[in-house]
Design a protein around this ligand. Sequence first.
Ligand code: SAH
Length: 224
Amino acid sequence: MNFSSYFYSMTKHDNYRHKGLRNKLVQTLKQKGITDIRVLDAIGRVPRHLFIESGFVNFAYQDKAFPIGAGQTISQPYTVAFQTQLLELTGNEKVLEIGTGSGYQAAVLMEMGVELFTIERQSELYSKTSKLLKELGYKGRFFLGDGYKGLPAHVPFDKILITAGAPFIPKDLLLQLKKGGTLIIPLGEKEQVMTKITRINDNDFEQIEYGKCAFVPMLEGVVK
Ligand code: SAH
């Protein structure tokens, strides 16, 4: 066994210490106002330390965002929990995530039982993350592409979750929602407002705002 495969097998472990730290994280999220038991249970199961750069492993269960390469970040657990709670999932939904990034949010969604489709525009992250999620046994559909366009070949979706700051509402995504379906979008340029948009009818949408947040920007096109 060479050093890198030794290190790899060491870092892929999920032990009692990690589980204890996760339980503490779940308590923190409850104290910060997350109430959806399904969301809290999923966060209690996903080994977040396997989704971040090795240098940050000891901080994996703090409620903080971290760099994941390609200038991107893994969202703060509270943000992941808050966005997931807004999706109001029962576990049977077909969900599209925009911005796979580290794959942590995708893993939380798959732990909740949904049929997950996720798109990433940076090929470096797409390759690394789809490999990791498969290794961990997650059965989602991973795509390299521009999230602004959604996935026309797989419509319609019950829920769409954008995990980057969108300067405007992508029209294609609204039209890929089922009737009664919802889009969760951090809307704005430098700073965003967490927004939930529900498709009431073909051309009839309802919009509710949930306060300020800060995400890396949702950008157009694919980076090879
Ligand atoms: N859900 C991720 C959050 C990553 S940060 C996680 O749990 O780690 C946001 C991600 O959105 C970045 O990886 C960024 O490259 C990606 N992104 C930005 N604009 C995009 C677009 N138009 N289509 C797909 N992904 C996009």
